[in-house]
Each structure stands twice: as C-alpha cells, then as structure tokens.
Design a protein around this ligand. Structure first.
Ligand code: DP6
Length: 404
C-alpha cells in the first residue's frame, strides 16, 4: 500500500533499554526541587538488565497530531512535568548540536510530535524502583531519536534524581555539584561492572506491598524537619563516599558491606527523624536485618549486606560463593507459601545443605510466606541501544504493538 509506505518512511524511531540501580550511599533530600539538585552526593550499583530493565521506544512523525506516552501498554500523561522537562532538555541539546540549519532532517524531526512507549521486564506491582530505569531509558531513547551524543545524566536527573545514576553501568557516583543551575550535578562511572565479577545481588521481593510515602514528597519533609539529615549531608556522607570508593576500588567486601548497611540504616534513621516521621522499614524488614546480622555473626565476618530504599523490598549484596547458602537460609526463614518452584528467579542458584549449627544459630523465627520471591542478579552495564527493529515497542503506525 503506497500510503502505508509513505507513513513508514516518515517515521523516525529509536529503542533503548536502561537498568535499575541501588544506592549504597543514599540520595535523600533536594536543595532545588525544580532542577532536582541533591543535598549530598550518592553512590550506586547498576543492576544487570538481564533481570531488571526498562525498554523504551521513541518515535517522531509529521503524521502525529499530539505527543503521546504509553507505560506498560496503558496510555499515560505525557504532560507530566518531569517527562516534559526531559523532552525539552533533549530537544534543546539537539538544537544546540545542530547549530541551526545544517541538518534539515533533524530540524524537521524536532518540529514533529513524539510517541513514546515504555515497558519493564519485571512486574511493576513488585515495587521495584522503576522510575530511575524509566527516566534513564526515556532520555536514552529520545537522545538516539534526535542524534544527541552529549552527557545525558544531567537530563535524566530532571526526570528523577536517582535516574542520573542509571545512565552508567557498574559503580556510579552522582556528584551533588555546587552550581545553582545544576550543570555540575552529574553522574559518572567509578568502576565498570567487570571490576568486581564476584559481586552478586539478591532482591528479596516481599509479599505485602503497602503503598509507601513517595520519595519525592518524603525527602522534602525530611529536608525541612530533620536535623539528622542536615548533619548526614554535611558531615557523614562526604566521609563515607571517600571510604566507599576505596572499598570498591579494593574490592573489599567487608568494608563495602558494612558501610552499605550503615548507610541504609542512617537513611531510615533520618526518616524516623522526619516530622511527622516516615516509616519505610516494617517488621519484615527488621526480620531480614536481624537475619543478616545473625548470619554474619555465625561466620565471624560480614558475608551479606542489606540495603533498603523507600519501600519494603530488601536488597542483599554478597559474593558469589555465599549465594547458595544464604538463599537456603532465606528459604528456611521465609518458607514460600505457594509457588515454591518460582521462589528463586534470575541467575541460577544451586541447592545447599545447611550445617545444623548454622540452622540453629541463624534460622530462629521462620515467617512463612513473607517473601514472594528472590531475584538473583549482579552488577551490569548502562543503557543499551536496541538495533533489531522487531524489538521496537511502536509499530509502523506509531502505536504500541500488541504484546505477546
Ligand atoms: C531512597 O530518585 O526516586 O531510593 O528525585 O524525587 O525522583 P526524586 O526521588 P528518587 O529518590 C530515590 C531515593 C532512594 C535513595 C537513592 O536511590 O539514592
């Protein structure tokens, strides 16, 4: 059909994937809520996209009559201020780069409306932080669409603070920056994902997910009311960042793990110090924390480290040679309710026989059914371009493809 051919030719399209990241030195608090400038620097580990990723397709066509956005197949509000900030900033970079008239194709593209479709390869209901991967992916796909090759963490930051760290793989620092305009508030890679091949990550997805206080609102109340947060940002974090960089450089798991746990605990202490207080940790979180400490005490050194964000899922760091045993400890402590075969997902885990003394010392108070499943993953790379056109989430008509 000649008409369809013409429409197809007029469609410019790009697809990217982007990862989730988990902070080991937490970001909590903004000094500028509009530009999303943090009160302290932070440091995270980018998780592997084989287990957790967002895929986003961005398309532009002169046939589109309005900007449109679909999230996991359902149409969403493209007018959301943070989506608009990302769109505006990528387009600004595209204009700047083209320097006016020399590339008519891009200038044409910039005048067209866009369609954007985004999907996660993990259930959104699992409460796994998806906004970081989502905005990193949005910015990556738009940049591809418009041929922008600039530093993009500054743009992703405008979507969600933690999203700027998902623009890189491996170990990533988001530098708070000093300038009021945010041009030095950027993420950069501290070490690539290949730096620490033995490092593993277990996401313990909890069964009861209450809707927590959104981090954007919660952290602003903390900035306004918590003296502990002020002390943390000014004194504690600068020291910890330097220490954490050293532990990562030296692949010192004990140093890394202890500091990750302490920093998670301090973040949650600032939440309790917020007025009115915010509770992200619950009884189950405290069970998992106590379990990790009993396990480490039994072994006489730090073999697993937990960290919790603004929700109930626990993220555990361990070295590869600890995973089988610790997963069995978790399975015994939180016996799966129904789908026992689906309890462990992601990278393979072998069964382990637990020594009786270990069980006696560590598995003290089993809570059946409390953990839905364990996702086994590891550090991974930053955003990727998807070359295969069959993977685009938008069809030749610019609308979401029917999902398999
Ligand atoms: C607890 O990046 O979600 O996960 O910038 O308002 O979008 P906004 O907040 P967001 O906050 C993340 C907070 C955290 C800690 C972290 O990831 O560093």
């Amino acid at each position: 059909v000649p008409g369809a051919m013409a429409a197809e030719r007029a469609l410019a399209v790009a697809t990217c994937t982007a990862p989730v990241n988990i902070a080991v030195i937490k970001y909590w608090g903004k000094r500028d809520t509009d530009l999303i400038l943090p009160i302290n620097s932070s440091l995270s580990v980018t998780l592997h996209q084989d287990q957790l990723k967002t895929t986003t397709t961005a398309a532009a066509s002169r046939d589109f009559t309005e900007d449109r956005l679909w999230l996991n197949g359902a149409e969403a509000d493209v007018g959301h201020p943070r989506v608009q900030a990302c769109l505006r900033e990528v387009r600004r970079l595209a204009r700047k780069r083209r320097g006016g008239s020399e590339d008519a194709a891009t200038l044409g593209l910039l005048s067209y409306k866009v369609h954007i479709a985004s999907e996660n390869n993990f259930p959104t209901a699992a409460g796994l932080a998806s906004s970081a991967a989502g905005y990193a992916c949005l910015v990556s796909a738009l940049a591809r669409l418009y041929g922008v090759e600039d530093e993009l963490s500054e743009v992703a930051r405008r979507g969600s603070g933690s999203a700027c760290r998902s623009m890189w793989g491996g170990f990533v620092q988001w530098q708070r920056g000093e300038r009021p305009d945010g041009t030095d508030s950027l993420a950069h890679q501290v070490a690539p994902e290949t730096h620490w091949p033995e490092l593993r990550v277990l996401v313990l997805v909890v069964s009861e997910q209450k809707k927590p206080v959104a981090s954007t609102a919660g952290m602003q109340t903390s900035v306004e009311t918590s003296p502990l947060l002020k002390h943390r940002a000014e004194v504690v974090v600068p020291e910890r960042l330097a220490q954490m960089m050293r532990h990562i450089r030296e692949r010192d798991f004990e140093g890394f793990g202890q500091l990750a746990m302490r920093d998670s605990n301090q973040f949650h202490a600032t939440c309790l110090d917020t007025f009115p207080p915010i509770f992200y940790l619950n009884d189950l979180s405290r069970h998992i924390i106590a379990l990790a400490h009993r396990y480490n005490a039994h072994h006489g050194h730090i073999k697993v480290a937990y960290t919790f964000d603004a929700g109930p899922n626990a993220v555990i760091f361990a070295l590869a040679d600890t995973v089988d045993e610790f997963v069995e400890v978790v399975r015994r402590s939180f016996p799966p309710a129904t789908n026992g075969d689906q309890f462990i997902r992601g990278l393979p885990v072998s069964s382990a026989a637990l020594p009786q003394e270990l069980v006696a010392a560590v598995v003290t108070e089993p809570v059946p059914g409390a953990i839905q499943y364990i996702l086994h993953t590891k550090p991974g790379p930053g955003p990727q371009l998807v070359d295969d056109p069959s993977q685009h989430l938008l069809g030749a008509d610019g609308l979401p493809r029917r999902r398999a």
